[in-house]
Design a protein around this ligand. Structure first.
Ligand code: AMP
Ligand code: MG
Length: 401
């Protein structure tokens, strides 16, 4: 049985960045940049008013000065022919370009207007109320790094840089849940049946990483059906994510079928609780390297192994920066010594307002099927193999969800 660290090292060794694709920015949300992005123009692209008021020459801007209003400049409006001369002021609104000669903008709140004259109530220095062209970024400047995710702010930045098309990596992930006992969520389970919790959970976990989901649905524990669906997932996706049928029960068909389909299994069991029967494999073929992650059927085990291993796999496929989200916090209760498997225990996470400390409160551990506890968790408190007992207040590692 491998340790968590050994397993992660195997993932790092075996998982390679996907071929980058070019996508319209509008379709790339959540994908990871395959190349850095650069500004193509200065930002702002012109000297720009940052307040509503009057553009003027700072040399004129003494308290009590009166200036002659010679027109106005609106954002996106026709350009004032300029230049602005000493003694003159130009009405201007936020985002509008300053006329040549102007080097400050007085807020309308700090003026008094009488007809075509504006009086300043306080002095103003050069550069106030405005931004110089290129103050934020220069043309050619690198603004985003390869491996950064295109979340909302990065999308806005890419748009500002004119990146209508972006080179990204986005994994396509096939999701397959297995088990004869599973019924659809809208059904009332009959004797011996349960609803498929893992399907929606895995889909959301995958989507949240920015990857694309190919939902292969549920398949029963029948060899022929299972083989066909596993092959389809391998053919149509970069990563095939399977839940259930992973351990050594008589109906646990997934590992031998994967081997039969040409998958090299690098990880078959990990010293982790919950989640021991986790599988990681690869298959090399004409369309490149394909990956398989097999998650235990128990939902909490599937959840934990996803966060610990599948995120690492997807991070390696997409070249994600900062893929390690391990952090630390103070346990609010004493913890007993841990056994020989790493223990990823659902916990509540809070920040203490007085001390600004991250506080971790382990939730009642009722086993690897206990979604009721997991539903209240914001983190997974990590107990390393053989970790000694600690008092309340001790700093312990955590994976933030
Ligand atoms: P298995 O890994 O197939 O041996 O399943 C372990 C446990 O997880 C069994 O109690 C299964 O009924 C349960 N299980 C398997 N698949 C799912 C699923 N998709 N949703 C909820 N529970 C599941
Ligand atoms: Mg099963």
């Amino acid at each position: 049985m491998l340790t968590v660290q050994e397993s992660l090292a195997i993932v790092t060794r075996e998982a390679r960045p996907l071929v980058a694709t070019s996508l319209a920015l509008s379709r790339a949300a959540g994908a990871l940049l395959a190349e850095p992005l650069y500004m193509d123009i200065d930002s702002p692209p012109f000297d720009r008013a940052m307040v509503d008021g009057f553009a003027l020459l700072s040399a004129d801007a003494r308290a009590g000065a009166s200036l002659r209003i010679v027109g106005r400049q609106d954002a996106g409006g026709p350009l004032f022919p300029g230049p602005l001369l000493p003694g003159q002021a130009l009405g201007i609104n936020t985002g509008a370009p300053l006329p040549a000669g102007a080097d400050a903008v007085v807020m309308v709140e700090h003026t008094r207007v009488e007809g075509a004259t504006v009086m300043l109530q306080r002095p103003l220095a050069a550069g106030q109320g405005m931004q110089k062209r290129g103050a934020d970024a220069r043309a050619g400047q690198r603004i985003l790094e390869a491996g950064q995710t295109l979340h909302a702010a990065q999308m806005a930045l890419a748009a500002m840089a004119g990146a209508a098309q972006v080179a990204v990596r986005r994994a396509r992930v096939a999701i397959l849940t297995t088990g004869d006992e599973l019924v659809p969520i809208a059904a009332t389970p009959g004797p011996g049946q349960i609803r498929n919790s893992n399907g929606p959970m895995m889909a959301e976990l995958v989507r949240h990483t920015g990857a694309e989901v190919l939902d292969l649905g549920v398949v029963g524990d029948r060899e022929a059906d299972l083989r066909a669906m596993l092959e389809r997932g391998l053919a149509e996706a970069d990563l095939l994510l399977v839940s259930g049928g992973m351990s050594m029960g008589t109906r646990d068909l997934v590992p031998p079928l994967l081997t039969e389909l040409g998958v090299a299994i690098h990880i078959a069991k990990v010293r982790i609780k919950p989640g021991k029967p986790f599988i990681f494999g690869t298959r090399d073929g004409a369309s490149g390297r394909k990956y398989v992650a097999g998650l235990p059927g128990n939902p909490v085990s599937a959840f934990v192994t996803f966060h610990r291993f599948v995120r690492a796999i997807l991070g390696a496929l997409t070249g994600e920066r900062d893929v390690d989200r391990s952090s630390a916090g103070c346990t609010t209760v004493a913890l007993e010594a841990n056994g020989d498997r790493a223990f990823y225990r659902p916990c509540a996470v809070a920040v203490d307002a007085a001390t600004a400390r991250v506080q971790l409160t382990p939730l009642a551990w009722k086993g690897s099927a206990d979604l009721f506890t997991l539903g209240q968790a914001q983190g997974l408190l990590i107990r390393e193999p053989g970790a000694p007992a600690v008092e309340a207040g001790a700093v312990v590692p955590v994976l933030l969800l």
